[in-house]
Design a protein around this ligand. Structure first.
Ligand SMILES: Nc1ncnc2c1ncn2[C@@H]1O[C@H](COP(=O)(O)OP(=O)(O)OP(=O)(O)O)[C@@H](O)[C@H]1O
Ligand SMILES: [Mg+2]
Ligand SMILES: [Zn+2]
Length: 388
């Protein structure tokens, strides 16, 4: 039996997204029952995917607010239940869109998700910092963004986003990426290879096949949903993970991060060349730690702590090698606040959006997303990139 008020309550519930899956709870069959009495008291039962769901409070708040705002509702009494394993299996099927087999959704020909792999020749050049800040900058533009921290040695991305202690929720054999709560309504979700380890302090020394399996798992068993962009923070160097990526995500576009230093530039070129051998297009170079703004004279006086010209050199070398333009997309200065933001879990584009480093990162994100989504980007994966 439905009444106009009940219908309005259902419409209100349809505006509530599950914070991890980022789809309406009504679509996910999470609303178990809605009962309204004659004085407008509403009893709602919502089924969580797992007990001890870390996002209980968010769901409670959102459901209570949505139902409470319906005219005629005097109070909301929310009960949280837990799905049975049959219900979870049903949910998993909904999420897979009827597909029973595991597959990498991003390698489907109709996938519209842009994939950016952040690569560098050597460690410590700021790859993870660049990754999280570009992701946040894009989310701030209103895009839905995922981050896959594929750095087996480091996995520092969750901590940089303030979700370092959170373990992902598992629904049957699907893993929900961890949502980053502060980043707007559309937001960011993240999965780190470190989250898949049985124990945090475990050292992984995966090579070849193991690494490949872990990467495939993070791409196919994780429910990324309909995201606009996926950022992959790669381990430094040109090893096994690049080969796996080339096989599983040939449409990924590569962003090379380097410092101005000669040695860093040289290895960064190698990373770019590797990407191209895997048929991935190198979209640009980011020079990080470009200079230190002089504490006396201001930003016009650039103290070149790590030398100069690394970014331009990598860009020129890769452009001539591949026969297409590989531009320098930005030069990010050394910035104490950027480092501090990484440690406290507040990326600089969020913490201090007007700072010169945040502006550079915003500019790079705008350049990337402005290149458009869909066909133009997809074609790149189908056309072998330039050889050398
Ligand atoms: N522009 C910058 N100014 C100041 N500090 C920076 C800047 N970029 C990165 N850092 C700091 O340098 C350190 C290394 O950065 P980050 O972890 O992002 O590099 P990485 O290339 O991912 O390193 P790894 O190879 O260990 O994964 C961090 O402490 C980070 O906060
Ligand atoms: Mg890193
Ligand atoms: Zn000076």
């Amino acid at each position: 039996m439905t009444s106009p008020v009940l219908e309005q309550i259902h419409a209100a519930l349809a505006t509530v997204n599950d914070p991890e899956i980022r789809r309406p709870i009504t679509e996910l069959n999470m609303v178990d029952s809605v009962v309204i009495d004659d004085v407008g008291k509403v009893a709602v039962t919502v089924l969580l995917t797992v007990s001890g769901c870390p996002l209980k409070e968010t769901i409670t708040r959102d459901v209570t607010a949505a139902v409470g705002s319906v005219p005629g509702v005097s109070s909301v009494d929310l009960t949280l239940g837990v799905m049975t394993s049959e219900q979870r299996a049903g949910l998993q099927e909904v999420l897979r869109g009827g597909q029973t087999q595991r597959e990498i959704p991003f390698s489907r020909p109709d996938s519209l998700t842009k994939i950016y792999a952040i690569a560098s020749g050597k460690g410590g050049v700021g790859k993870s910092s660049v990754t999280v800040n570009l992701a946040v900058a894009m989310a701030n533009q209103g895009l839905k963004v995922g981050i896959l921290d594929a750095d087996i040695y480091g996995h520092s991305v969750p901590a940089m986003l303030g979700v370092g202690d959170i373990r992902p929720t598992q629904v049957e054999d699907m893993i929900m990426p961890v949502p980053v709560p502060t980043m707007g309504t559309v937001g960011i979700s993240v999965i780190s290879i470190g989250m898949l380890k049985p124990r945090r302090d475990q050292v992984v020394a995966w090579r070849g096949p193991m690494l490949d399996r872990a990467l495939v798992q993070m791409l196919s068993d994780v429910y990324w949903g309909d995201i606009d962009a996926l950022f992959l923070d790669l381990p430094p160097g040109t090893g096994d993970i690049a080969i796996s990526l080339g096989q599983h995500l040939p449409n990924a576009e590569v962003l090379v991060v380097t410092t101005p230093q000669e040695a860093a530039a040289e290895v960064a070129e190698r990373a770019g060349t590797m990407a191209s051998m895997m048929n991935q297009r190198v979209v640009g170079v980011v020079e990080n730690m470009s200079f230190l703004p002089c504490p006396h004279c201001g930003p016009e006086h650039r103290l070149e702590v790590f030398g100069s010209g690394g970014g331009a050199r990598v860009a020129a070398t890769l452009s001539s090698r591949f026969g297409y333009d590989v531009p320098v997309l930005g030069e990010i200065p050394l910035d104490l606040e950027l480092r501090a933001g990484g440690d406290t879990g507040t990326p600089i584009v969020e913490a201090s959006p007007e700072s010169p480093s945040a502006r550079q990162l915003d500019k790079i994100a705008a350049t990337l997303s402005g290149r458009g989504r869909g066909l133009a980007g997809m074609q790149l994966g189908l056309t072998p990139a330039g050889r050398f």
